[in-house]
Design a protein around this ligand. Sequence first.
Ligand SMILES: C[S@@+](CC[C@H](N)C(=O)[O-])C[C@H]1O[C@@H](n2cnc3c(N)ncnc32)[C@H](O)[C@@H]1O
Length: 395
Amino acid sequence: MAAFSLPLRLSAGQIGTRFNTWRSRLIADARFQRWAAASPLTRRLARRKARALFDLCAGFVYSQILRACVQLEVFELLRGGPKDLAWLAARMRLTVPAARRLLSSAASLRLLRELPGDRFALDDLGAAVNGNPAIAAFVDHHDLLYADLKDPVALLRGETDTNLSRFWPYAGNRAHARSEAEDPADSGWPPESDDGRASAYSDLMSRTQPLVAENILDAYPFARHRCLLDVGGGDGAFLASAAERAPHLALKLFDLPPVAARARDRIEALGLSGRAEAIGGDMLRDSLPHGADVASLIRVLHDHDDESVRVILAAIYDALPPRGVLLVAEPMAGVRGVEPMGEAYFGFYLLAMGRGRPRSASEIAAHLEEAGFRWVRPLKTRRPLLVSALAATRV
Ligand SMILES: C[S@@+](CC[C@H](N)C(=O)[O-])C[C@H]1O[C@@H](n2cnc3c(N)ncnc32)[C@H](O)[C@@H]1O
């Protein structure tokens, strides 16, 4: 069969490309697929690949099953142990057949376990949702994202007026400007006080921050620093975690005025007013507060285009003293083992948001070096799916 034979007369440099093209043609061939599915040599691999492809096709259905479980509080209902189908159906206000359909589907996805006698219990994935409120926060938030992704080609062509550009007003209002840094501040954003938009995105960030903070604080010791400046620090969730982990540390936060006002409330509520302050401003235009010897940019750079990244890093360089350290932590592109999170998920999330892109650690390192930082080093975070981190030193 011609389709199964390797082309001859390949030059050394072309072998890789030719081989891949030949392999793709082979895999696309229906006769080869039938053979691979039947042969004892390839059967397992063929099944694994077929499953991976099916999962890609069915991903939205799986997400919506998780969505229904979160919305109906299934994981919460099972927190105390296994429950009967009839009891669960009544609590979810579903008919018994509808409840069975949902719960059995969730069991096939390893969120739940189906037990003998029409009973259901948490499986590992469902238990993990209970232990991590950030997951439920993201699942809720995905209503907006998935509506934006309904026509992905229109989104790629810039023809979609997205929900996420309204949810993230600092990104959306500038989506069509030639560049963020040039954009005139006449868009009505940010308002002097919160009109609800700053609290909506800041709430989501706070709910998803604890695990991120834990990973960063485990990866970088703050013991040798005096004062932390968290740039784009949101309403202070990371600051609060850092304050707890490093009781000697003074703390500053810089964010847009309505967000900084929320951070001030948190600082006061936590009794941190003596050692922490929140300053409102625009990091693309204003200079940053001086006095800190370590600065952090957590989930900030990926929201920005390259030109703004240069402005932000220059402002931080200017605010830090010699030997001051900058930590950059965010989900990064090209991280081994979690490539789809950086490239696919954040690639399309940020597209819908209207600004920014996921960058690899080496792209961020290049920006840091261009800004004058030296000794850029990766930090080992325990969950690179959530956040990767780099540290760099100001010379
Ligand atoms: C994705 S959120 C991350 C918040 C926080 N660092 C975290 O990880 O939870 C980005 C933050 O950057 C802030 N931000 C965006 N543009 C800004 C600007 N031009 N000046 C100051 N802060 C800005 C936003 O208000 C928001 O709080």
